[in-house]
Design a protein around this ligand. Sequence first.
Ligand code: SF4
Length: 347
Amino acid sequence: MAIRKDKIVFFEQRLVDFFRKAGREHLPWRKPRKASPRGKKNSTAYEVWVSEIMLQQTQVSRVIGYYTRFLKRFPDVGSLAQASWEEFLPYYEGLGYYARGRNMLKTAKVLTEQYAGIFPRDKKLLQTLPGIGPYTASAILSFAYGDNHLAWDTNLKRVLGRFFFGGKQLIGDEVFWEDKFQTPKKVLNAALMDFGSAVCVARPKCGICPLSARCVYYREKGSGEQSTANKKQLTKNNQQALVSKKQKIDWREAQAYVFLHEHHTIYYSSDANKFQPFILPSGYTTRAGIKQYFQEKYGLSLSVRPPHQKMIISGGPILLVNAQILRGSPCFEIFHKKDVKWYTISK
Ligand code: SF4
C-alpha cells in the first residue's frame, strides 16, 4: 500500500512540534550528565541502556529515583562490571523482574571483557548481549549514537497503525518505516514515546490531538481498531478459553490460584520445578475469603487487588489472583513453622 509523502511529512511535523512543546525532556536519561568532547549532548549508550532496562514493565515515575541513585553508584560500565550481585541489589531492589538485573551485570562484564567497556555500534552485536533485544538495541543506537533506528515497540506501532491505517493491521516493518521518515530517529523515537504515552494512549485523546486532522482512526471513529481488537479477543478466547460474561459459571465453585509477592519477590508453593502458585480450595474466591485463608493458615496479612482474571480450564473454573504480603507480616518464619516449602524465583 502506498503511503502519501505529504501525509508522512504532516505526521512528522506535527509530532515534532508536539515534542518541542510537551516532550519529557526533563527525564534524567534524556539529560546527559556531561557533554561529550565534541560538545554534543547525547546521552551515553550506558545511560540509555540503564534507563531502557529499568523502564521495561516499570512506570517512568518509579524509575526516575532508581535511575538517579544507580548512576551515582555505578557511573559507567566498568564500575558496574566490578559489582557483585550483593552490591548491585540495593540499587535495583524493588523494581522487580530480577532476571533483568542479573542480565545487566552479565552484560557489563561482557562489555568490559570483549568490547573495552563500550557498547558496540551494531544492532546485531548489541542483541548478542544478555537482556538486549531489538527494541533496546535500537533505542541505544538512536539515542546515544544518533543512528537511523526506530524503537519499534507496541506504543510506536499503535500510533502508526492508528494514524495511517485506522488501527487495522500495520503494514511494513521497522526498516520500511525507518526509510520513510526524515526526522532524526533520536527525536522521532522520543516524540513517539511521549506522544504514545500522553495522547495516543489505549483510549486515545483524539479531541486534543494535533494529528487528528489527517488521522484515519479519528476519521473512522476507531471502527477499524475495534474490529481488529474483537478478532484478537476471539482468538484469545479460543486459545485460553477465557470466559464470556454471558456464560453461567458459579464462581463460588472456583479455585483461586494466588501469586503471592512481597517487595516484588514472588513466592510459590509446592513443586519448585513447576513454580506453582498457591492453589486454594474452592470457596476462597472473594478478596475477603483469600485474605482470611492466608491469615488463618499462615498468619499473613495480605492486600488482594481486584479484578481477578477468570478462566476455565479442564477441571473447572479458576481465578488468577495477585496478592501482596503487607509490611510487618511474618513471612519465612511462619512458612517454615508450618513445614510448607516456599520458593522464590524473582531473586
Ligand atoms: S487522532 Fe486519536 S487516534 Fe489519531 S493519532 Fe491522534 S490520538 Fe491517536
